[in-house]
Unconditional design. Structure first.
Length: 432
């Protein structure tokens, strides 16, 4: 089924940030599966065509596209469904350099589910297929990343289970249309732990990966933030100093960007970015002196530093397994240079701010406090941020995937009607 919908509203009310909202359709809202942060990607842009993916109320994988800046949304319910009762089973998409849409969905320790559009820029998907056939039986957290200029893709996922998994990385060559496996085991949990990662491809084409280690299924065993980078499309990997890793990377050989002990309420699967010079910035949160605060670990002049945001006044403890109901979202991060100042932005929601979408920003070189502005006037429930990173890299515009959802702790469900899936489009960013 293909239909078209486009509803726009221009807003400015809550702050001096101008934005628009465009409603796309209605999405499954009985848990947070459409909005968890580790979707890579929920929304993405190829040239002037923007794509969105989500589960509808009947758990069908639903795709949409429009021509930027303000074309009508074309919506297509595909032939595929997912187990939406498990909020891990997200949809991730990317578009290769030839315009083909790649999609992977419905994973939590199960066989690979992967398909490609039948034509460039099409919302119609072909049959499910393998990528390489290697380590594709117990897939979790599928993530696509666009490589710079070549039009090629990389694909990362965990093979194994929480507490004992490995990170697999595949590469797609648009010239041949073939996937190959770069690393069957890039980061090795050695059967004792696993890495929960986030990655970013910067303007120079360098792939940055950071991660926390987890010792068991229990989130309270998360610890430390480690780092690696690749300047050759994922073939070889180094520390921030350029010193080569002997692969696979293990807990013993990993570069620690920041040491954080277990039982710190350190969250996993957050976000990272870089500045124009390729210096990495990693966003997370953990407990410090009884308060749960957003933290930014970043590299400056070859030295790892940490920015303690300090704008939260309460704390909580993370423990147990499954998708958690947490008072705050995991943060998204991006950096923008404005005139001579470099500003770091965080996107999040916090029950202390009535669970609205909030943007926080600061020049880390200044002594000024963080500034916070709410971008919605109502709660988004247990939403976590996703935004169009390809569009941001191309234009500096921030298009945020928005849907009100509710998450019951430990993979529970709530009886909730479908809610609007929409994009919150920031025309300008607040300045320091």
């Amino acid at each position: 089924m293909i239909s078209s919908i486009s509803i726009f509203s221009a807003c400015k009310g809550l702050s001096d940030v101008a934005f628009k909202k465009s409603i796309i359709g209605s999405g499954w809202a009985n848990n947070s599966i459409n909005t968890v942060i580790f979707r890579q990607n929920a929304v993405t842009t190829h040239r002037n065509t923007q794509f969105v993916a989500y589960y509808d109320a009947q758990s069908y994988v639903t795709l949409a596209k429009r021509t930027l800046p303000a074309g009508d949304w074309e919506v297509h319910k595909t032939q595929y469904t997912g187990n939406t009762a498990d909020a891990h089973n997200v949809i991730s998409i990317a578009v290769d350099g030839d315009g083909y849409l790649h999609i992977s969905w419905d994973h939590h320790d199960n066989e690979l589910r992967y398909a490609v559009s039948v034509e460039p820029l099409s919302l119609v998907l072909g049959a499910k297929k393998q990528m390489t056939g290697i380590e594709e039986g117990k897939v979790s957290y599928p993530q696509f990343y666009n490589l710079k200029n070549s039009g090629d893709l990389i694909f990362m996922y965990r093979s194994g289970q929480s507490g004992r998994g490995i990170l697999v990385i595949n590469s797609y060559d648009i010239k041949t249309g073939v996937w190959s496996q770069l690393h069957q085991n890039l980061i090795d949990g050695e059967g004792k732990r696993n890495a929960y990662w986030q990655a970013y491809v910067d303007k120079q084409g360098t792939i940055h990966v950071s991660w926390v280690w987890r010792e068991t299924w229990d989130v309270s065993t998360n610890h430390d933030i480690a780092y690696a980078k690749s300047t050759d499309g994922g073939k070889t990997w180094t520390r921030s100093t350029g010193e080569a890793y002997e692969l696979p990377i293990t807990q013993e050989t990993a570069e620690n960007a920041w040491e954080i002990p277990q039982n710190s309420s350190l969250i996993n699967q957050t976000s990272m970015t870089t500045d124009d010079a390729g210096n990495p910035y990693i966003a997370n949160y953990w407990n410090v002196e009884g308060k749960t605060q957003y933290q930014i670990v970043y590299l400056e002049n070859g030295i790892w530093k940490k920015q303690h945001t300090s704008f939260r006044d309460s704390g909580f403890d993370l423990g147990g397994g499954g998708t958690k109901k947490i008072p705050i979202s995991r943060p998204e991060i991006f950096v923008q240079k404005q005139k001579s100042e470099k500003t770091v932005y965080l996107l999040f929601r916090d029950d202390l701010r009535e669970s609205k979408i909030t943007i926080a920003y600061k020049n880390l070189a200044s002594q000024k406090d963080w500034k916070l502005q709410d971008l919605t006037d109502i709660s988004v429930g247990d939403w976590e941020p996703n935004f169009d990173k390809q569009l941001y890299k191309q234009t500096g515009k921030v298009h945020i995937f928005q849907q009100e959802v509710i998450q019951v702790d430990g993979e529970g469900l709530i009886d909730k009607k479908a809610t609007p899936v929409q994009l919150l489009e920031l025309d300008n960013l607040p300045l320091n």
